[in-house]
Design a binder for this molecule. Structure first.
Ligand code: ZN
Length: 491
């Protein structure tokens, strides 16, 4: 398995070599956000994880089609019981907005936050409300195959019937007997045959605004259906990788598997990948615990849990410093450590540009490069890859200090490797580049003025020399004459 990209497949529960369906191409579907509130740390983790995957597959030479949806209809307040208001309609009612205004507002924020985090936009970003026909077609084929039933204008998936032929629960490791004992018995009022059946189509109540006509009723699709319908539309009946947060394994992804299998007789997804969750100071992140932090709050430092603002790249680096299948605990201390680490890495990249080559190398660049890529090949082990990059930082600093030497060829290899890994694969970027460019210009201008002052002094033009010193002083530049020339600093 050396030099092959290996990923952990949630459904087989083991690491497998990634072999795409079509050589040279990779199809990737990731569940996108339900756009009814601001994006938070949990979104950052999921979409940075799959951004790393997108970037790494691209780096490996695959032509990737990355589909990530926007849920703008069908996600009800009570996910388990599939009751209550649509999350978006509720927000619209409370804010006195059109549902699509709510969608647009939070989609804009999501895009802005993701751009800040340097998360590349997907190849296709389909919206559930734009694919009602595809969803209705899928319901029809599930009905035709006998795995769904109509009840009072709504259509439900018949889990028990499906489970007789296929295995409901295979992804999450549950079996129907466990699910039965853990779900509430129906009260006789329900339209469902069994409480664990899930909705494919819901008849809209009179006050429900987001509704579409269908042969069964005026209504709306169930939440799980959009991902099955849209992944099939854009990636085909079978495709390579489906990703999402670990919390989506059940029921959402389990239902996706059941829907695809029931409509087409075979599973759609070949590799399932799930990222783990973020805890905050050891606790689950939840609105009710008051530790729910949005990305805008993180970037501005405007939340009582936060001791300071954290830049998007600090957040990104913090997330990449943990393996995507491990939990990460958020704390001010951990983020401050990431901030410092990132600065060291970026400084080393700047140092790299200033190094000069020698005839021979006393450092081993290929070994460093190979161990770093081996880590990424091993189920995207970004923390190990980053640890190797830090070994490289030590190497770069020794080269700078003159304790080691590097040949021209090796220096080029090291520079290319660092830039590719840090910028293209890990997706980090210089955040203060504009500011530091301004600083460079400023420094150049002050140096130039002080050189002119030295010339004036040499020509005994004391008037000009004093004028330059006094006016720079007034602007806050403190000048010290030394025996070799001058030094200055900003007051
Ligand atoms: Zn989904």
């Amino acid at each position: 398995m050396e030099n092959q990209f290996v990923i952990y497949n949630t459904i087989s529960r083991k690491k497998e070599v990634f072999e795409p369906l079509v050589p040279g191409k990779a199809g990737l579907y990731v569940c996108g956000p339900t756009v009814y509130s601001n994006s938070h740390l949990g979104h950052a983790r999921a979409y940075i994880t799959f951004d790393l995957l997108f970037r790494y597959l691209t780096h490996l030479g695959y032509k990737v089609r990355y589909v990530r949806n926007i849920t703008d209809v069908g996600h009800l307040e009570d996910e388990e019981e599939e009751t209550g208001e649509d999350k978006i309609s509720k927000k619209a009612r409370l804010e006195k907005l059109e549902p699509m205004e709510v969608v647009q507002m939070y989609m804009n924020t999501f895009h802005r936050n993701m751009d800040d985090l340097n998360v590349i936009r997907p190849s296709i970003e389909p919206r559930a409300s734009g694919h009602i026909i595809e969803q209705q077609e899928m319901i029809e084929s599930i009905l035709e195959n006998g795995y769904a039933y109509e009840s009072n204008g709504s259509i439900y998936f018949d889990v028990e019937k499906y489970n007789k032929e296929y295995n409901y629960g295979k992804l999450s490791g549950r079996n129907l007997e466990d699910i039965k004992t853990n779900t509430r018995v129906l009260d006789g009022q329900s339209e469902k045959k069994n409480s664990f059946d899930f909705a494919l189509w819901k008849k809209a109540t009179p006050e429900h605004i987001m509704r579409w006509p269908s042969k069964w009723s005026d209504g709306f699709p169930g939440w799980h259906l959009e991902c099955s319908a849209m992944s099939t539309k854009y990636l085909g009946e079978q495709f390579d990788i489906h990703g999402g947060g670990m919390d989506l394994r059940f029921p959402h992804h389990e239902c996706e598997i059941a829907q695809s299998t029931a409509s087409q007789g075979k599973e759609a997804v070949r590799y399932w990948m799930h990222n783990n969750m973020i805890t905050i100071n050891g606790q689950k992140m939840a609105r009710s615990l008051g530790n729910f932090i949005t990305l805008d709050e993180l970037f501005t430092g405007n939340h009582e849990v936060l001791k300071q603002a954290y830049s998007p790249m600090t957040i990104r680096f913090f997330i990449l410093q943990a393996h995507y299948r491990s939990t990460i605990d958020f704390s001010n201390e951990a983020l401050q450590a990431s901030e410092k680490g990132l600065e060291r890495l970026m400084t080393a990249l700047q140092t790299l540009d200033k190094l000069t080559a020698s005839k021979q190398s006393t450092v081993n660049v290929s070994e460093l490069k190979e161990s770093c890529l081996a880590a990424l090949n091993d189920d995207m082990n970004s923390p190990i890859a980053i640890a190797h990059l830090f070994e490289g930082v030590k190497m770069i600093n020794s080269l700078k200090a003159g304790n080691e030497t590097i040949s021209g060829e090796d220096l080029k290899e090291l520079t290319d490797f660092y830039k590719t890994t840090v910028f293209d694969i890990l997706g980090l970027k210089e955040e203060n580049s504009e500011k530091s460019q301004d600083n460079e210009v400023l420094e150049g201008v002050i140096d130039l003025l002080l050189k002119l002052r030295q010339e004036a002094k040499a020509n005994k033009d004391w008037g000009t020399a004093d004028k330059i010193r006094n006016e720079l002083n007034e602007l806050g530049v403190e000048i010290k004459d030394t025996k070799d020339g001058f030094e200055w600093l900003l007051k």
